[in-house]
Design a protein around this ligand. Sequence first.
Ligand code: HEC
Length: 342
Amino acid sequence: MEGNRNPGLLAVSVGVGLAILFALLGVTSVLEGRIAFGLAVVSLGVAALIYVFYSRGNAVTKTGYAALIITIAVGLILPFLLVAQQQTQANAQSALYDLTLQRGASLFGQYCATCHGYQGQGLNGPRLNNNPAISKLTDEDLTRIISGGIANPNDPSKLLMPAWLDTYGGSLTQDDINYLVTLIRSSDPKYTASKGLAKTNGFSYVYATLINATQQADFKTQEKGGSKPPANQFVDETAQKTVTIDAVDSTTNSSGYDWQIAGGTLPNITIKAGTTVVWDNKSTGGIPHSVVSGSGGTPNNKFPTSPIFAPGGSYTYTFNTPGEYPYYCGVHPAMVGWISVQ
Ligand code: HEC
């Protein structure tokens, strides 16, 4: 019996065995699914042909079948190798894209987060994480803005944002800026979908790239909905029953305006519960302002939003509950301040 075993049947057993093996490798993700499936099909196909080959009698038919087997085996393997190679290329490309996002995130945490927020949520600088206004810009616009910085329209000798490209005196190379543009773009789902890119929002990598403990702590604070300025940036008004904060013209704030306590320069105060805060509009040119409870351009509704008030107008609110109350101007979200109620 042993010696008479039909080689065709043997081939079928081996073919089925191989197919099962490849299927298992595919299921356990040792091999990429499509590749495993392709290999399984090829094994079965070749085994079936060898079976047919051995079940035919004369030498001429056998030679014909042998040629057919070889042709079909090669024919099956070629497209399949091509797919495998394309797959390898696509994998390499998506790994490269991911690496670019991580580099962008690391640069962002280092150079941009202080003004734009660690998650690009916006602080003194505008929101960059999935901001519709930024989505309208082309990649070239974004590259140009980051490379060259932004001048203050009220005082062109001062920059609202410095130039970042090394040839303009910045600290970043052209590659660095490309990584940052890719990072900012990755936060716009419409953009990534249109380019067939992975859905990863690169800003989600920023925390992992921070190696500085202070930055990590800042990140955590911002994540909780605000970044309280350091103690030396607060004016102690705990002895007052009423405190006035003015909206004034500014050459340093991106919006051209700042909040400042009357007679001072800072927008942050510490007060006792029961103290009334009056916001005045002292800016020129008829520019209106409003007061919104919250930070990063996002309201938290801890106190009511004011109506918009023109120069000469004001808004008054009495803080009866101790807590932390960041606020900003609804018209100029870059005008920010902080009220700490004790
Ligand atoms: C010193 C604070 C500061 C830093 C640091 C900073 N920016 Fe800015 N950025 C600003 C301000 C302020 C504006 C808004 C200027 C304006 O009102 O037009 C701005 C605007 C932008 C804009 C244009 C937004 C728009 O709506 O057109 C982009 C893009 C940008 N920054 C990217 C970056 C990147 C990338 C980095 C890090 C390399 C960075 N910024 C670092 C302050 C900063």
